[in-house]
Design a binder for this molecule. Sequence first.
Ligand code: 3PY
Ligand code: MG
Length: 252
Amino acid sequence: MSESADAGIQVAAWSMLGTPAAASLMARIGADLLVLDAQHGLYDDAGLIAAIPAASAVPVHVRVPENNAALIGRALDAGATGIIVPMVQNVAEAIAAAAAARYPPLGERSWGPLAAYRGESTTPPDEANESVSCAVMVETSRALADVDAIASAPGVDMVFVGPFDLAIALGRSVPDLLADHSPGNPLDAVVAACRRAGTRAGAFAGSLEAARALSERGFTTLAVAVDTQLISAAGTTLVDAARGIRTSGRPA
Ligand code: 3PY
Ligand code: MG
């Protein structure tokens, strides 16, 4: 992703909850960027328009629901600085995603930034083309077979692996995929393709353990802190601990 593509690991926060409050909280946990999930999360079009300004503490990227030029354009119009496009199957789809993220002459994005309707300044097309990040998700067998071409497609800044879908597609479990070091294994194949193409390799981790495993493979953007999981895990731990508190006097 453009923001710190020259640095080391880029840690992404990930929000599913679909509200400006959740986005604002997740923008302030110290991650390098925040992803708002409009594919499997609760962010719809209106939710993105409300949440993106609330999360301006960090660059905000949107995982759009599908590879669709109108949806990509609306997420960027709403102020996202990058997009993550799920289920990209081949190089033609990667090129289409990248074209939707940039104005001519580099792409086919149409002008109409919603920022202006909030009274905010707009980003000129050439600056927007320079700063936007387009990540395409490799998470199917077909995409894996075309990963070299996808990684080197013009305008693709990052290949982002979805380990859950990829594991399902390959008939395997996620831990099995993460532990596979056999020659030509899927994760190493993605990283190798990205290195050949000079494109960033990222992945959804969802846990520290998975983030470590993915970073050892060479993935340098890792989505690790997911709001729904954080609430559930921290809440459960705290409630369990509170149940263990002994009363020190007579119960009231
Ligand atoms: C996957 O692992 O398939 C994802 O898309 C993560 O959100
Ligand atoms: Mg997926």
